[in-house]
Design a protein around this ligand. Structure first.
Ligand code: GLU
Length: 466
């Protein structure tokens, strides 16, 4: 069997959101070879910046393409806007064989016909008005400077059948498919056409894409069949919904990958969450890209829509942080946090981060608390130590001086000398030392705080301040 080649074929008209990131991920997981093609024929909406961004996003996620821009010479082959010559050959072929014809209907005329059909309760499809123009009619219209589109002549009373790898056998009757545009009036290639031609010419064996494309597939099969080009297999992936059941959009929680990266999500968290949206994995552990790939199976794709839930993403983020390599977390912390951490404390601090922080901003807060003199205490965090009283803190300072860095000895001593226990013992200490009641175990805080800083914080609650 030939090698499985998949592709991701984004139109660079915006940032990559979770929906298309999942399509890209599934394609990368399934393919033995993974291709990236930029579908930038819509010149008005495509932007070079979006192309740069989407390549950066894919790389950030760890979806490295084997073929595509920047991996091959000439790289232009993977941009549809630069493949006009290739498409022209096939347009010519179709026109010569009268399998496609120029259509001079204006957008206004088409819209009127569409409305009339809808009003009559019929599905809107092209009436076939230009399908029977003679050579003379055509020549005359061209002479008048009219700019036609090119329509594919759909064979009548023909059944298109294919086996979708997710949805099973699909049967379409061409009576339900109107002749469709394969070249726009400005000469650019239309989606149905160039998308299918390129899959065939680029040797793509499996097309994984959103099931909003399901009804496009019979059209694309018709084109490939008349041109005797190879047909890929199709797997149409169920839609991604928001937690309110509506299609995932910005309004119900979709985010661009760029946004997720800026919020501090780790790519491994994002791919673990996405890989399980509509695809079942046995394991509930964080899996590497390679492990996700090994266990990916088209048979595990669900037909019903998947729901995105931010709580799942947060869960995978916590797991990814908990299990990440040391170096990954150091990078993730960012330079502003790294400079706060003394070298000899780095590993201990990272350990704290793993079990207490989900985002770099939280880690930054803890780095400030533990390794800088900056400490903000709310009124409540001042009230609690004050209520414990000056003597408690005088005992604490004594105990700390006797047992620097040794929490068990310190707390044993303080318990004895102050008589406090439980909440009465721990809350004033936490509030005094960190300005909060939550966070890492107090033993770890004690061990990480510089003894002088620790003493200064305790001393703030003795009067007058030492
Ligand atoms: N450029 C198309 C899109 O972004 C590709 C669809 C497909 O994967 O075939 O929707």
């Amino acid at each position: 069997m030939s090698m499985i080649k998949t592709r991701f074929a984004p139109s660079p008209t915006g940032l990559i959101h979770l929906g298309n990131a999942r399509t890209a991920l599934f394609s990368a997981l399934f393919g033995e070879s993974f291709l990236l093609r930029i579908e930038d024929t819509d010149q008005e909406r495509s932007r070079p910046q979006f192309i740069a961004d989407l390549m950066e996003d894919l790389r950030w996620l760890g979806l490295h393409w084997d073929e595509g821009p920047e991996t091959a010479e000439p790289c232009a082959d993977y941009f549809q806007s630069r493949r006009g010559e290739v498409y022209r050959r096939y347009y010519d072929l179709l026109e010569q064989r009268s399998l496609a014809y120029p259509c001079f209907c204006t957008p206004g005329e088409l819209e009127m016909a569409r409305k009339a059909q809808l009003n009559a309760g019929q599905p809107p499809r092209y009436s076939g008005k230009c399908a029977r123009l003679t050579r003379k009619d055509i020549a005359e219209k061209l002479r008048q400077g009219m700019q036609p589109t090119l329509r594919f002549r759909v064979p009548k009373e023909h059944v298109v059948e294919f086996h979708d790898r997710v949805r099973g056998v699909q049967v379409f009757n061409t009576a339900d498919i109107g002749d469709f545009i394969i070249r726009r009036a400005d000469g650019s290639a239309a989606f149905f056409f160039c998308n299918a031609i390129d899959d065939a010419l680029m040797g793509v064996t499996h097309v994984l894409r959103g099931d909003d494309h399901l009804s496009n597939t019979p059209r694309q099969i018709l084109v490939l069949e008349v041109l005797q080009l190879p047909l890929p297999e199709y797997a149409h992936i169920s839609l991604l919904l928001g937690d309110d059941g509506a299609p995932l959009s910005k309004r119900n929680g979709s985010r661009s990958l760029n946004q997720l990266r800026e919020e501090g999500y780790l790519p491994l968290a994002v791919i673990n969450m996405l890989a399980r949206l509509g695809h079942h994995y046995e394991s509930a552990q964080v899996m590497s890209f390679q492990a996700l790939k090994r266990d990916f199976d088209l048979a595990h794709l669900s037909k019903s829509p998947a729901r995105f839930d931010i709580a799942h993403l947060k869960h995978w983020q916590q797991e990814a942080v908990r299990t990440a390599e040391l170096e990954t977390l150091c990078d993730w912390l960012g330079a502003e946090t790294r400079v706060l951490i003394p070298d000899d404390r780095r590993n201990d601090f990272i350990d704290i981060v793993r079990s207490n922080c989900t985002f770099p901003a939280e880690a930054h807060e803890w780095a400030k608390i533990l390794f800088s003199d900056e400490l903000e205490r709310s009124a409540e965090m001042t009230r609690i130590p004050r209520a414990a009283g000056e003597t408690f803190f005088l005992h604490a300072i004594d105990a700390a001086n006797r047992a620097p860095g040794d929490f068990a000895a310190f707390i044993g001593e303080l318990k004895k000398t102050s008589g406090a226990k439980g909440k009465q013992l721990f809350q004033p200490l936490r509030a005094a030392l960190t300005g909060r009641l939550d966070g890492p175990e107090i033993a770890r805080i004690y061990a990480l705080l510089d003894p002088h800083r620790l003493e200064r914080r305790l001393a703030e609650f003795t009067y007058p301040s030492l």
